[in-house]
Design a protein. Structure first.
Length: 122
């Protein structure tokens, strides 16, 4: 019981520090906020093979971590290249050569999964 209480107090302290950092508005402090957030948020995405059931979680983790950490297109393309496997990778491999295509990769995956769902319904 004591260990669980300590953990929750540590989490409360971490949340308070994060909230305090978020309130600061100078450019230097925003950089510090980005640094701290990147230390606490998982950089790597989960593996995604194209399973429609896994898509909402993968998509959420991608966009949430990108926003929280301020990942660039170069960083995001690297994360996508590491995480996409199987059919998901096959569908977008031609567009993964340039970091400028991050949005296109995500949209192509979404369109593929929508088409897959429709074909399963019909």
């Amino acid at each position: 019981m004591q260990r669980k209480k300590e953990k929750s107090e540590i989490q409360l302290l971490a949340d308070a520090i994060t909230n305090a950092i978020l309130c600061v508005k100078s450019p230097e402090d925003k950089q510090m906020n980005k640094f701290v957030t990147r230390q606490s948020v998982a950089r790597d995405l989960p593996q995604f093979t194209g399973d429609p059931i896994e898509w909402p979680n993968f998509k959420c983790q991608f966009f949430t971590s990108t926003e929280a950490c301020g990942f660039s297109n170069v960083e995001n393309m690297s994360r996508l290249q590491k995480s996409l496997k199987g059919k998901a990778r096959d569908v977008v491999v031609a567009t993964m050569a340039s970091p400028d295509n991050v949005e296109r990769v995500m949209k192509t995956l979404e369109n593929y999964l929508e088409d897959l769902k429709l074909s399963l319904i019909l």
